[in-house]
Design a protein around this ligand. Structure first.
Ligand code: ADP
Length: 302
């Protein structure tokens, strides 16, 4: 599969603060990538470096085949990393015409891109009459005017109402389905889960996970257990191959699984060992819990 962007050992320091720490990942053509992390985790800095608006401290990045200069490569990149800024008294159409003139591209795609973002019927309305969501959609149309290989978006739904958020996410999926690679930064796990196929999880500039979204969110769940003899139960759990780790809170034992395990067979197994449970429930972790676990793990290692 073709490489769109390769980042290797990228580091950015602002004085003593390491905003991005030895970060490496690769963007392949045709996928939708999310950089996911809490505010301040280095997402915008990473995007800024690849777009030549922030200087790296060390490491490297290369666009496409690695032979193209960043200046030339960026002609094939559509990016929205700031709040959309257009002329308030000019219509949507005229604003995009101006963008074409500035970028030296033909005006023939304007209607097609306005249609794609659902603004064709508002093409003659002044920019200042647009809602925040419409402004963001116009910015997306603008970034797509030259049919870029990749569209880069920084927190594309920030500040929007639920309907606006839904529209932007649907448009991103539409654009991806037409074959454009997408890279978006978001602090919302839910957004990345809904929109992206791949994810890079960042925390304090460090990469915690890179890979398909569905692998990040797959989990075998956990058992909630109660019994009269916790010592015997814990002894058994701690040597069980399907149990990753256990947590004890008052009289409840939580046993996290690392392989699919049915409650019925587990119950029988315990009974055979002479351990009778008074409570057994198999639960799945919510995405939120898994994300928190992922970001907590680093703290353990530090
Ligand atoms: P995110 O996009 O994930 O919210 P940023 O890349 O904006 O994170 O910021 C990463 C870290 O770098 C933060 O601690 C932020 O305060 C710091 N930072 C970002 N830009 C600058 C700057 N121009 N000068 C100093 N520190 C900065």
């Amino acid at each position: 599969m073709d490489t769109i962007l390769n980042i290797s050992n990228l580091t950015k320091q602002y004085g003593n603060l390491t905003a991005v720490n030895n970060l490496s990942f690769t963007i392949k053509k045709g996928n939708v990538y999310g950089i996911l992390g809490p505010n301040g985790s280095g997402k915008s800095t990473t995007l800024g470096i690849t777009l030549n608006v922030v200087n790296k401290t060390s490491g490297d990045f290369s666009w496409f085949d690695g032979q193209t200069s960043t200046h030339d490569a960026l002609k094939k990149v559509g990016a929205i990393i700031e709040r959309p800024n257009f002329y308030p008294y000019m219509s949507a159409y005229k604003n995009l015409k101006l963008v074409c003139k500035i970028k030296g591209i033909t005006e023939e795609k304007i209607d097609e891109k306005l249609e794609l973002v659902g603004l064709l019927d508002r093409k003659d309305s002044k920019f200042k009459t647009f809602s925040l969501g419409m402004k963001q959609r116009l910015a997306i149309a603008s970034a797509l005017l030259n049919d870029p290989e990749i569209l880069i978006l920084d927190e594309p739904t920030n500040g929007l109402d639920p309907q606006g958020i839904h529209q932007i996410r649907a448009i991103i999926k539409d654009i991806a389905s037409q074959g454009t690679t997408i890279l978006l930064a978001s602090h919302l796990l839910d957004e990345v889960e809904k929109v992206c196929s791949h994810v890079v999880v960042l925390r304090k500039g460090n990469k915690l996970y890179e890979g398909p979204v569905d692998q990040m969110i797959s989990s075998d769940g956990f058992f909630e257990l109660k019994c009269d003899n916790n010592t015997a139960l814990l002894d058994y759990l701690n040597t069980h191959p399907n149990i990753k780790n256990t947590k004890v809170t008052e009289d409840l034992i939580t046993a996290f699984l690392n392989a699919p395990t049915s409650a019925a067979s587990f119950n029988k197994e315990l009974l055979d060992k002479g351990i009778a449970l008074s409570h057994l429930v198999l639960r799945k972790e919510s995405l939120e819990e898994q994300f928190l676990q992922l970001t907590d793990n680093l703290e353990d290692k530090n």
